[in-house]
Design a protein around this ligand. Structure first.
Ligand code: 3YE
Length: 203
């Protein structure tokens, strides 16, 4: 079984979806969550992990003088827990090139849009303003270039006529809770990997 570390900053609803999937033997995820790490001391997601006895760690980026130092501290915690795969689940920090290179092919993120459209923050608002009639989420490998890594899986949602940003955020969140466990399973069971050319290899 692969050992998974999950990085969070907030409420941890995607973490919960990953916990539910990995604790269900019927899901055959091929992995277990062994560490939940937050950069925010009060992240609600920490309680979700504690409830099911998953070890947690808080590392505040404010305690480090540079992004690289903070990322090194995260890296050390992941190594200490013998983590094989890292999931960013609402983790709100841009990771240094050094960190993304060390975890290349083992580090995934969920973004609330159908990449390569609407990279960056407020992706749902960007979709509404663009007038597209579908959006969704993408689970992708993390590389230094933010939201540009190879896409593992996507889930679409409709955009309805009277949607507000908040309604669309919620609809896409529900899609994320399906797509993220699916992507983690694909990686943990080695159905997908990242090639040297930074493209997905399916087997
Ligand atoms: N880092 C790299 N590549 C990626 N992090 C995430 C995805 C991803 C990544 O594909 N290299 C917004 C964060 C964006 C932002 O500007 N954050 C600030 C701090 C804001 C805060 O602490 O509240 C910063 O300086 O990092 C995960 C998603 C990142 C979301």
């Amino acid at each position: 079984k692969k050992r998974v570390g999950v990085l969070i900053s907030g409420s941890g609803t995607n973490l919960q979806a990953l916990i539910d999937a990995t604790l269900d033997p019927l899901s055959q995820m091929g992995c277990e969550i062994v560490l939940v790490l937050s950069n925010k001391p009060n992240a609600q997601g920490l309680e979700r992990a504690e409830r099911v006895n998953i070890p947690t760690k808080v590392l505040s980026h404010k305690d480090y003088s540079s992004r690289e130092d903070f990322d090194k501290a995260i890296h050390n915690e992941l190594i200490a827990a013998s983590v094989d795969i890292v999931c960013l689940a609402g983790f709100m920090r841009i990771l240094s090139g050094e960190f993304t290179r060390k975890w290349k092919g083992k580090l995934i993120n969920v973004h609330p849009a159908l990449l390569p459209l609407f990279k960056g923050t407020h992706a749902q608002k960007q979709a509404l303003e663009a007038g597209v009639r579908v959006s969704g989420c993408s689970v992708h490998f993390v590389e230094e270039d933010v939201d540009a890594g190879a896409i593992i899986t996507q889930e679409t949602v409709p955009i309805e006529v009277n949607d507000t940003e908040d309604i669309l955020i919620e609809r896409i969140k529900t899609a994320e809770h399906k797509a993220f466990p699916r992507a983690l399973k694909l990686l943990a069971t080695e159905k997908v990997k990242l090639g040297d050319n930074n493209k997905i290899i399916w087997s």
